[in-house]
Design a binder for this molecule. Structure first.
Ligand code: URA
Length: 208
């Protein structure tokens, strides 16, 4: 599981525990998801190359390091939207795409119903955000769409993963690094992560 990065930090663990609690309401849930997304983004950008540039500070000219790399953030609709603001707080110059997929009731295959990406997506490092990596089917399809549009550099950021989903993504897209705030035990028969946090979209938006 070399390209699975589990962000181990007491604050991250505490925030995930708050999400797991069914008493946590939508407002607080959204705020915590945003905070965790910021911390995941921080880790996922750790090895970003920097370029030395000269700047003039109030005390004179100095060489400093700046990030020149261009990023894109692509939430998978709808639960991925909950992580978007946190990502943009850390990388406000990122362009944003959206991917919407549904599962065909007959074939059970993910089908794209919406896909809008930055025009220069292929020149950007793309952070695909999908809170719950359950079976992995949706993420795999979204990564495939991104690759078909020419995107070469993709990282998948999740709140919670499970062994089944990670193995599936790694099998289909071994080049994609996965960052997660928690790696849970298993999937249940209904495709929910155990212990997980329930339906991330419903908890974010207060739906059922
Ligand atoms: N999607 C969710 O929102 N939760 C799960 O546990 C699995 C998939």
């Amino acid at each position: 599981m070399s390209n699975l990065h589990i962000v181990k930090h007491p604050l991250v663990e505490n925030k995930v525990s708050m999400l797991r609690n069914k008493e946590t309401g939508s407002k607080e849930f959204r705020e915590i998801v945003e905070e965790i997304a910021m911390l995941l983004c921080y880790e996922a950008t750790r090895n970003t190359p920097v370029t030395e540039v000269e700047i003039e500070s109030p005390l004179g000219k100095f060489n400093v390091n700046m990030v020149e790399k261009k990023f894109g953030v692509v939430p998978i609709l709808r639960a991925g939207l909950g992580m978007l603001e946190g990502m943009l707080k850390l990388i406000p110059t990122a362009k944003v795409g959206h991917i919407g997929l549904y599962r065909d009731p007959k074939t059970l295959e993910p089908v794209e119903y919406y896909c809008k990406l930055p025009v220069d997506a292929e020149d950007r490092e793309i952070f695909l955000i999908d809170p719950m990596l359950a079976t992995g089917g949706t993420s795999i399809a979204a990564i495939q769409f991104l690759k078909e549009k020419g995107v070469k550099n993709i990282k998948l950021l999740c709140l919670i993963t499970c062994p089944e989903g990670v193995e599936h993504v790694q099998k289909e897209h071994p080049d994609v690094e996965i960052y997660t705030a928690a790696h849970d035990e298993k999937l249940n028969d209904h495709g929910y992560i155990i212990p997980g946090l329930g339906d991330a979209g419903d908890r974010l938006f207060g739906t059922k």
